[in-house]
Write a protein that binds this ligand. Structure first.
Ligand SMILES: [Zn+2]
Length: 328
């Protein structure tokens, strides 16, 4: 009898939702599940929600969590891959100090759990299986609750001393808008969904009008999700358009600056907003880059992340599988 095929779990822990996938050895998705990231209860509530999604995804794949060879979790914040702790996951409500996410999940799921940085695992998935496949050097830009970046250089993931890829905190305006990180003028302060929502709320307090929050309530949401922004843009909502215009300008400046330094073969745009708004907005980011590109006669191609919403979860499963990204 041949041994059972190896299956891996992948979890993408985001500020808005938890997306989980059960993935076969060749990267095929066999089951998936998602639920909103708990807005209260802190890390223990998040760990329970992750456990539920893994159980739901394994049900969908007709298996059980303890039958998975390993589960990978792509997490925001400071991820200690050695001990399995996560600290300072700022986009997840109530997550400040270190929490032993890996050991907690390993105990409740009955299998090995491996942690990775959410953005680097999503970049790896695009590089190995998605829009980055034809290339050996890419920048992944994940435009969602925050703005994350991942780097593959010369076929290998580049993590620097552990903190590389923070394109969201490159400065696009000296002394500019306050960022969630406490500094001023970061790309994320203009393009991160959390920052854009805070800005929209301030504008409403100042008496400006928008349909953003009505759309949010109509959909039973408590936050301005990518779908809410998309709807407001389609309705020609003036505030939504202005804030997204500023986000596109900031992304153009930030990505062009990163490319001036690295000169990669391609840039992949993912994240909740990146995949929801898709090609028309990626085209606008391409145009917004042009004035800032030092070598502007051969701009790098920009692609929408091909794995869409599932990229982070698939990438986390690849981390669980273990082989580091490399090609070329
Ligand atoms: Zn910042």
């Amino acid at each position: 009898m041949s041994p059972a095929p190896r299956l891996y779990g992948g979890v993408d822990l985001g500020g808005t939702k938890i997306q989980t996938a059960v993935v076969g050895a060749r990267g095929k998705v066999l089951g998936e599940a998602r639920e909103p990231t708990p807005a209260s209860g802190g890390p223990p509530a998040v760990a329970e929600a992750i456990e539920r999604t893994v159980r739901a995804a394994t049900d969908a794949a007709s298996t059980k969590p303890d039958a998975l060879t390993a589960v990978g979790v792509g997490s925001p914040g400071e991820v200690d891959e050695g001990t399995g702790t996560v600290a300072q996951a700022r986009n997840v409500s109530g997550w400040d100090g270190p929490f032993p996410l890996g050991p907690t999940l390993s105990e409740s799921l009955g299998t090995r759990v491996v942690l990775g940085n959410d953005v680097s695992v999503a970049t790896r998935a695009e590089f190995e299986l998605g829009a980055g496949k034809p290339y050996t050097s890419i920048i992944g830009v994940f435009w969602g609750t925050g703005v994350g970046g991942g780097l593959i250089l010369d076929g290998r993931e580049w993590s620097g001393r552990g903190a590389a890829g923070e394109i969201g905190h490159t400065v696009v305006k000296i002394g500019g808008r306050r960022c969630g990180c406490g500094r001023r003028g970061c790309l994320e302060a203009y393009a991160g969904r959390a920052s854009m929502e805070a800005k929209a709320r301030r504008l409403v307090e100042q008496g400006e009008r928008t349909a953003l929050f009505e759309i949010m309530e109509k959909r039973g949401r408590t936050r301005l999700t990518s779908g809410v922004w998309d709807r407001a843009l389609q309705d020609q909502d003036k505030m939504a358009r202005q804030l997204i215009d500023q986000a596109v300008e900031a992304l153009g400046a930030g990505i062009a600056s990163a490319n001036n330094l690295l000169d990669v073969e391609a840039i992949v745009i993912g994240g909740g907003l990146g995949t929801k708004l898709g090609e028309p907005y990626v085209e606008r980011i391409r145009e917004a880059m042009m004035p800032h590109l030092f070598v502007d006669d051969r701009p790098p191609p920009l692609h929408v992340a091909a794995l869409g919403d599932l990229g982070g979860a698939i990438g986390a499963a690849l981390v669980a599988k273990g082989k580091p990204a490399s090609r070329g």
